[in-house]
Design a protein around this ligand. Structure first.
Ligand code: GLU
Length: 276
């Protein structure tokens, strides 16, 4: 066991209101940190271009307060673009990223490949894009090359144990978007390291991305946290709660006078109605 204080975080994107799924994420991260006398951080992940509405960050703060949570807020992602650009140029210099000018549609139409374990993963456009560069190009990671460089590495989830990092299921993900000097995968990895996060808690829906985060940590010589992927709040059809259906925004419930502390207890006990 290390003597470092446990540090968790809640990292919402201001592209829609928070719902019960976010309440669960925030409460899990908060409670684990508090139980260990650690620190619970909130980081606003506002690098989603036009989908990002910075004014929602204030609403998020009020929602968390209403749920009875206490946190330390660290700088939002939009203030950290230089660190993303620096890391990306390091990876470019090492030949680990390649420019890609494909549209989403073109990518979707690429042939699928089958991995050794039978999983299908998106074919890469590496060959087609060879030589594309400059304006209008995104930067993708050459996953095979990255894996050859890092060798076999593992990541540890508190609930599922030790997992060999194999990011091939997601293919050569974008590390630098064409419209932004960042991407979710690069930014979240750098920020968790910069913020001293020792336990990354988030929903199981993001588990697949942890493989590439672990590889990026190794490539960029970042400290390696532990993970805790929690189950999701599902709607009555067993689907993940989406901002557009299933559960009213927390802010609506707060404004309607509902008791946030009672809701937080129900979330802890997973004993709540989704509402309409
Ligand atoms: N910003 C991401 C989201 O709102 C969460 C990122 C993470 O927890 O790793 O879905």
């Amino acid at each position: 066991m290390s003597d470092l204080p446990l540090v968790t975080r809640f990292a919402p994107s201001p592209n829609g209101h928070l719902h019960l799924g976010h309440a669960l994420s925030a409460i899990v991260a908060h409670d684990i940190a508090k139980a260990a006398n650690g620190r619970f951080l909130m980081r606003i992940e506002d690098i989603d271009g036009p989908r990002s509405h910075p004014e929602l960050a204030d609403e998020f703060r009020r929602d968390l307060e209403w749920l009875g949570l206490e946190w330390e807020e660290v700088p939002a992602q939009s203030t950290r673009l230089d660190s993303y650009a620096e890391a990306a140029s390091d990876l470019v210099e090492r030949g680990l990223l390649y420019p890609c000018t494909c549209t989403r549609k073109e990518i979707a139409s690429l042939p699928k490949r089958t991995g050794a374990d039978g999983i299908e993963f998106p074919g890469s456009c590496r060959d087609k894009c060879d030589g594309a560069a400059g304006e209008g190009a995104a930067l993708r990671i050459d996953v095979e090359r990255a894996l050859a460089e890092v060798g076999e590495i593992v990541w540890v989830d508190e609930k599922i144990g030790s997992v060999v990092a194999d990011p091939r299921a997601l293919g050569d993900v974008v590390i630098m978007r064409k419209d932004l000097p960042a991407s979710y995968n690069l930014a979240v990895t750098l920020d968790d390291a910069a913020d001293g996060v020792t336990l990354v808690t988030r929903g199981e829906d993001l588990l697949e991305t942890t493989h590439i985060h672990r590889v990026l940590q190794e490539l960029l010589k970042l400290p390696v946290p532990t993970w805790h992927h929690h189950e999701l709040v599902l709607d009555e059809d067993g689907e993940k709660l989406a901002k557009r259906r299933g559960s009213p925004p927390l802010s609506d419930r707060r404004k309607a006078g509902e008791d946030g502390l009672v809701l937080a207890e129900q979330v802890r006990l997973r004993n709540f109605e989704l509402g309409t």
